[in-house]
Write a protein that binds this ligand. Structure first.
Ligand SMILES: Cc1cc2nc3c(=O)[nH]c(=O)nc-3n(C[C@H](O)[C@H](O)[C@H](O)COP(=O)(O)OP(=O)(O)OC[C@H]3O[C@@H](n4cnc5c(N)ncnc54)[C@H](O)[C@@H]3O)c2cc1C
Length: 407
């Protein structure tokens, strides 16, 4: 396969880069390891600061993508290595089997007969789905996928599919792509909460900020109702723990730049749904840079949202499903021990390349990708960023890639 520009990662940054490059006339290949495009953004309920659904913007991007005849996208394909130099790169990609072909109409009859249930990966395991599933209701492409490890190959889905769209014999394949320039948009993963042992990470009512996004989402595990996982009760007191693992030498030493804003958004989700709920935000510093200061001013004017300046030292199980949050309020110098019904850990964005390296790329100490001639990182692959900054970064990356292609 040949490309002027190869884009690794089909999140908002990679989609933006691929579409901008293709609309300028270059041949583009976009490679995404998930069974769908959109990356983390499609898991969000709404965007700060406008609190609008991310799918509005995403639909426009996907429409543009479909109009680009010179843009080819491949899902379930993970880039493993890059070699060569600017103008002549060789990229090795592992394409995993979907077990479902393009003939799928997403009718869902296969799901009815599938006997195997798995934790739903899109909802961080907060509910279950079948081993054959549509990744999420707005998934692009609208094609089912089979979890090859969980599937017992009973063949019931094959018999139920009227369109002969299921092929249980599909195998992994290796694809080689030759490209003149590469844009790396591999994004991030939520920092692993199980490492935050002082914050009771295994308690069902201690969730992460990304789990909160799924909980509040109309297509989430509770159809958008914010309830605590242990007993389905509507929480009246919720504590948010900022910098959970961030700005901490033992975990992620850097600031993810968006967690304070994400928590403010979550506080609004809670207050909108549960008007008498009290929200407590434990923070070290509030980082609402630039024009986001207005958003902070709006959220902090709500008398039911209290900001407490203090790093949470420990969370304990109160024994009744509740949690006890221990912190020092640095503005009063007093120790605070507060019982709440649910805790949300504002875990940071760890570059996905910190854990799964692509051979042949260069990284900084945290795992973010470093630019070198012809290999241009953008979005959260390069540094922590919100969506607007990621999009600008992706557009800039395209200009650098074009300069290499035209040389
Ligand atoms: C709790 C929370 C709430 C947030 N809310 C907002 C908000 O309201 N507004 C806002 O502006 N920002 C928000 N953000 C930030 C936003 O999620 C990021 O800015 C955005 O996801 C960055 O997009 P990206 O494309 O760079 O990365 P990603 O969304 O992570 O996309 C990267 C893609 O690359 C793919 N990939 C990775 N490695 C490979 C590989 N080797 N081969 C092929 N594909 C690969 C991944 O599967 C993924 O699809 C929030 C973040 C968090 C943590």
């Amino acid at each position: 396969m040949e490309a002027d520009i190869l884009v690794i990662g089909g999140g908002i940054s990679g989609l933006t880069a691929a579409i901008e490059a293709a609309e300028t006339g270059y041949n583009v290949v976009l490679v995404e390891k998930n069974p769908y495009l959109g990356g983390r953004v499609v898991q969000l309920t709404r965007y700060f600061p406008k609190i609008c659904p991310p799918y509005c913007g995403m639909e426009i991007l996907l429409k543009r993508l479909q109009n680009c005849k010179n843009l080819k996208y491949i899902t379930m394909a993970e880039v493993k290595s890059v070699s060569g130099s600017a103008g002549n790169f060789t990229v090795k990609v592992e394409k995993k089997p979907r077990f479902v072909t393009d003939a799928c109409t997403a009718c869902g009859e296969c799901v009815e007969v599938c006997p195997v249930e798995i934790p739903n990966p899109f909802n961080f395991g907060m509910d279950k789905c079948k081993a054959i599933y549509l990744p999420h209701e707005m998934a692009f492409p609208q094609i089912y996928v089979i979890d090859g490890e969980a599937c017992d190959k009973c063949g019931q889905c094959v018999s139920a599919c009227k369109y002969n769209a299921i092929d249980l014999n599909m195998k992994s394949e290796e694809i080689t792509i030759n490209a003149k320039a590469i844009i790396v948009a591999t994004g991030w993963n939520p920092y692993d909460k199980s490492k935050l042992t002082n914050l009771l990470p295994d308690h069902p009512n201690v969730i992460t900020n990304m789990m909160m996004e799924r909980l509040a989402s109309p297509n989430g595990p509770t159809k958008g109702k914010i309830v605590r996982p242990s007993d389905g009760k509507e929480p009246k007191t919720i504590a948010f723990v900022q910098c959970a693992g961030s700005r901490d030498e033992k975990h992620l030493p850097f600031c993810s730049a968006i967690c304070c804003l994400a928590t403010m958004k979550h506080a609004l989700y809670v207050r909108e749904q549960i008007p008498d709920a009290k929200v407590y935000v434990f923070y070290i510093d509030i980082r609402a840079y630039g024009r986001y200061e207005d958003f902070f001013a709006k959220v902090s004017s709500d008398e039911n949202i209290q900001f407490i300046k203090g790093k949470v030292a420990k969370i304990e199980d109160a024994g009744n499903g509740n949690l006890i949050v221990h912190a020092e309020d640095t503005s009063t110098g007093k120790k605070v021990s507060m019982e709440v019904e649910m805790v949300v850990l504002a875990t940071g964005m760890q570059p996905s390349t910190a854990v799964q390296k692509i051979e042949g790329l260069e990284y900084d100490d945290y795992g973010f990708v470093i630019e070198k001639e012809g290999i241009i990182p953008c979005g959260v692959a390069r540094k922590p960023a919100d969506v607007a900054s990621s999009n600008q970064d992706a557009t800039g990356a395209v200009l650098k890639a074009i300069q290499i292609v035209r040389r």
